[in-house]
Design a protein around this ligand. Structure first.
Ligand code: 6PG
Length: 254
């Protein structure tokens, strides 16, 4: 583990780097830590709430979570699932982040539908964002920002996370918990959860693997503080913990 002390992160805990030799080793480790965290939350008498990231990585990660879940004593009826962002498609659409998480995690683990807070992208971005803002506000009991146990986020090669895209309007949203995020690289309207929710989480894990992301990851970790250009730099939970999970092709400096 290496701490990175950065001026802009000094106000919170500096991010920690977990670097694994291969993508498979990285995902094994994240899945194990996910289950450990869920178990420790429940052993403390609490539920476990998680914001699942989008893209394709969650699919292969979830397969490991399910595979390793046996014998952990986790009560999946006390696990609550949120989503970091969504494309404005039907929930059964191949581009739906919900579909991937439902097929690979919610279904296999039997997480009750009442515990799953979907971004209803099919409503269109404005209505879906308003609806999700309400869902998040209700989860916080209507008081302040919802405090989620774990935000498990992906990272794009342009420095985005969730659907917080460079130079986008969503980067300036600090009141609403969810907002219309514009059009993603696949050409679909998006909805994203906003910085206040991510930065109020008790734990934020950002996962990046693959050589194609190495340049953006280096900028994220070692570049000047520029969250407009690299929105993932704006993820700095206080007082929560921030962990970067990389493989060796993404962070060869290890
Ligand atoms: C999305 C995501 C996005 C994703 C990254 C990484 O809906 O696309 O939320 O932020 O996590 O682009 O995607 P991969 O895991 O597919 O590389």
């Amino acid at each position: 583990m290496r701490d990175i002390l950065r001026e802009d992160w000094r106000k919170g805990k500096p991010p920690r780097l977990n670097v694994h030799n291969t993508k498979a080793g990285l995902l094994d480790a994240v899945a194990g830590e996910f289950l450990e965290l869920a178990g420790s939350c429940q052993q403390a008498g609490n539920s476990f709430s998680v914001i699942m990231g989008g893209g394709r990585t969650p699919g292969v990660l979830n397969e490991r979570i399910v595979l390793f879940s046996g014998g952990r004593g986790i009560d999946w009826g006390r696990v609550f699932i949120f989503f970091s962002d969504e494309r404005c498609v039907l929930p059964g659409h191949s581009d739906s982040n919900y579909k991937l998480i439902n097929d690979t995690l919610i279904g296999p683990l039997g997480i009750p539908g009442g515990n799953v807070f979907r971004i209803c992208g099919e409503l269109g971005s404005l209505e879906a964002a308003s609806d999700y803002n309400k869902k998040l506000r209700d989860f916080s009991g209507g008081v302040g920002v919802p405090v989620i146990d774990l935000a498990l986020l992906g990272f794009g090669g342009d420095g985005h996370t969730a659907s917080l895209f460079p130079r986008s309007r969503a980067l300036e949203e600090f009141d609403a918990f969810a907002i219309a995020a514009g059009v993603g690289p696949e050409g679909l309207e998006r909805v994203t959860v906003t910085y206040p929710v991510f930065n109020s989480a008790r734990n934020v894990w950002l996962i990046a693997s693959g050589e194609e992301k190495a340049g953006a990851v280096r900028e994220l970790v070692l570049g000047g503080y520029n969250p407009t250009g690299y929105p993932a730099q704006g993820i700095c939970p206080v007082p929560g913990n921030l962990v970067y999970w990389f493989d060796a092709t993404t962070w060869p400096q290890a």
